[in-house]
Write a protein that binds this ligand. Structure first.
Ligand code: GLV
Ligand code: MN
Length: 223
């Protein structure tokens, strides 16, 4: 009752602000953990939003250790890059902590093609080489920089971004995400080599190209 009386005295616009704007001020990624640890049981038969915890008595120090980013990735592919992910699917100790890391190796001239992470913002630091990095806002503004070792860039959640090796040799960077499983939508492969394929009528109209260009792109991307 007391709350209702207080609310009824608040000006209309204050109430509108509280109802509409405050929830949107939360730019949270994954939900907060409710316990110290919840090492993912990747084989659990139940399905939840994330992974259930393995029994505490089975948790070991090794569950919080991952060395999969220590090795250079194989960049012999059409883009000249390799992304190695340390996310919850391979590093179960990350479960519920809203964190993950990628290692990206670039051959000279390699491109990490335009892509989106639907569930995370990304911040990356260049370890070796020189990279042109950029993202495009929903108003079609490109923000981009050339980065060298030790320099960082941030990519807001859900925006299209890329990195191109513009140095003379190989390049390497590490990207950190505020999600245990950021997800990735790689635009060229998503659009041109999905299963089943997006109909040519959609792609020819969307990109204003003819069907021959689409089949060339598909065969170059390995479909
Ligand atoms: C880089 O943008 C990455 O997603 O690893
Ligand atoms: Mn990315």
């Amino acid at each position: 009752m007391a709350t209702m009386i207080t609310l009824s005295r608040l000006p209309f616009f204050t109430i509108l602000f509280l109802i509409v704007l405050l929830p949107s001020a939360c730019r949270c990624a994954d939900p907060d953990p409710l316990q110290d640890l919840c090492v993912a049981d990747l084989k659990a038969s139940i399905s939840v939003n994330g992974f259930p915890c393995k029994p505490l008595q089975e948790v070991k120090s090794d569950d919080f250790f991952f060395d999969g980013l220590s090795k250079e990735g194989n960049t012999t592919n059409v883009f000249g890059t390799n992304v190695t992910s340390a996310d919850v699917r391979v590093f179960p100790g990350l479960n519920t902590h809203g964190l993950s890391v990628n290692r990206v190796d670039f051959a000279p001239g390699g491109l990490n093609p335009p892509h989106i992470h639907p569930r995370a913002s990304e911040t990356s630091v260049v370890i070796e080489g020189k990279l042109l990095v950029g993202f495009v806002t929903t108003s079609h503004v490109l923000h981009s920089k050339v980065l060298k070792a030790g320099e960082m860039f941030v990519i807001p959640r859900g925006l299209v971004h890329f990195q191109l090796n513009v140095g003379k040799g190989k390049a390497l960077f590490l990207a950190a995400f505020n999600s245990q499983e950021p997800g990735i939508v790689i635009l060229p492969t998503t659009l041109f080599v999905s299963t089943p394929s997006i109909p040519n009528a959609v792609l020819t109209k969307a990109f204003q190209i003819d069907a021959k260009v689409i089949s060339d792109i598909r065969s170059k991307l390995g479909s």
